[in-house]
Design a protein around this ligand. Structure first.
Ligand code: NAP
Length: 253
């Protein structure tokens, strides 16, 4: 089986950052792309960029952690673009704090978006993939899965996504669906800019400090992750499933 010619891809959290670069990359790979983010209006820039490059895209507003909204987003993409055969679970939030200061709300909101959101979107999308006999799910983990000070919630969620990835790979493999995860290191986006602000550093100084511990000696860019998603989604990666690839300019950040 190969992917259907009219198949679509869904990238969650693709109004900006890694998700936006991934949506553009999958569009250039030939997919019509459902650009899903909390606020439909915020998706306009990604959709216009794809259309300007000659691709097809649809802005969809949805909170991935809400079961009804996740299902409605998948249904809308299927109705308006074609059956989603690729899903990139990229939407994310950080609510960093040391354990003794971390509120239940900080814990729950991180679990809700990363874990519950990836679960709900994957459960809704897998129907289209298994019916077609071909599909790809890529989950965004993080080097923080290995442990990171001030991120008990986030590192737990990102480690959880690795187990989720491996289990879906086992369950969905016989339907021609591969499931993999990417664990980025430091990527310059609004998320890392917010971290710089929280620790009281300028983003430039924060980036310089991060680059100091990255073996290839540069910051990560959203396109570095988009390229890796494109690899997992391609036909050539059909025998790669249940894997976690660290994209961090070295073995880990
Ligand atoms: P970002 O710039 O903060 O973008 C994340 C996007 O997700 C935002 O547009 C955000 O919308 C959206 N989002 C948040 N909650 C959502 C929800 N419930 N439903 C739908 N969309 C939602 O982040 P990024 O740096 O591109 O990161 C993308 C992914 O890579 C995340 O999963 C992140 O954890 C992971 N990652 C990033 C890095 C890094 O260094 N940047 C490293 C490792 C892993 P709003 O703007 O409206 O909140």
């Amino acid at each position: 089986m190969t992917r259907s010619p009219r198949s679509a891809a869904i990238v969650t959290g693709s109004a900006r950052g890694i998700g936006a670069a991934t949506a553009r990359r999958l569009a250039s790979d030939g997919f019509a792309v459902g650009v899903v983010d909390l606020d439909e209006k915020q998706c306009a820039d990604t959709v216009s960029a794809i259309e300007a490059d000659g691709g097809r895209a649809l802005a969809v507003g949805a909170d991935v952690s809400d079961a009804e909204q996740a299902q409605a987003a998948v249904t809308r993409v299927a109705d308006e673009l074609g059956p989603p055969q690729v899903l990139v679970n990229n939407a994310g939030v950080i609510r960093d704090n040391m354990l003794f200061k971390m509120s239940e709300q900080d814990w729950d909101s991180v679990m809700d978006v990363h874990l519950r959101g990836s679960f709900l979107m994957s459960r809704a999308a897998q129907k289209h993939m298994t019916e077609a006999g071909w599909g790809r799910i890529v989950n965004l983990s993080s080097t923080s899965a290995l442990g990171n000070r001030g991120q008990a919630n986030y590192s737990t969620a990102k480690a959880g996504l690795q187990g989720f990835t491996k289990t879906l790979a086992i369950e969905l493999g016989k339907f021609g669906v591969t499931v993999n995860a990417i664990a980025p290191g430091f990527i310059a986006t609004e998320m890392t800019a917010a971290t710089a602000e929280r620790v009281g550093m300028s983003f430039e100084d924060f980036k310089e400090a991060a680059i100091g511990s990255i073996p290839v000696g540069r910051e990560g860019r959203p396109e570095d992750i988009a390229n890796t998603v494109s690899f997992f989604v391609g036909e050539q990666a059909g025998f790669v499933s249940g894997q976690v690839i660290y994209v961090a300019g070295g073995p880990k950040a």
